[in-house]
Design a protein around this ligand. Structure first.
Ligand SMILES: [Zn+2]
Length: 104
C-alpha cells in the first residue's frame, strides 16, 4: 500500500472540491474569528458556502477522515471488520473506509 500516493490523490481531490470554501466554513464556525469581523464579507462568505454542493461536502468530510487515518496509521483497514481494503478499491475510492464486503 503506497500511502504517499494515496495521500497525494486525496489531497488533490480535496483541492478540487474547493479547499478554499471549506476553509471559509471552518472560519465561520469558529466564534469570534478575527478574520471575519466585517459583516459584509461574512455575508458574502455565507453565500459562497450555500453554493457548495451537499454531496461534495460529504466527500470533503470523507477525504479529511481518510487523511486522518493515514496519520493514525489505520488507513486501508476496514472500519467495520478490520480487514485490509483491497488496493484496487482504494485506488478507485481513496476515501473509502469499508471493504467491499462491508460496503455491499
Ligand atoms: Zn469489512
Amino acid at each position: 500500500m503506497d500511502l504517499e500516493a494515496a495521500k497525494r490523490s486525496l489531497e488533490d481531490r480535496l483541492a478540487e472540491l474547493g479547499v478554499r470554501a471549506s476553509k471559509i466554513e471552518a472560519d465561520l464556525r469558529s466564534p469570534g474569528s478575527k478574520d471575519w469581523t466585517d459583516r459584509a464579507s461574512e455575508k458574502e462568505n455565507e453565500e459562497v458556502l450555500e453554493k457548495i454542493n451537499a454531496s461534495e461536502r460529504v466527500e470533503i468530510e470523507q477525504i479529511r477522515a481518510a487523511l486522518a487515518r493515514i496519520k493514525e496509521g489505520t488507513y486501508g483497514e476496514c472500519l467495520q471488520c478490520g480487514d485490509p481494503i483491497a488496493p484496487r478499491r482504494l485506488e478507485a475510492l481513496p476515501y473509502t473506509n469499508t471493504c467491499i464486503d462491508c460496503a455491499s
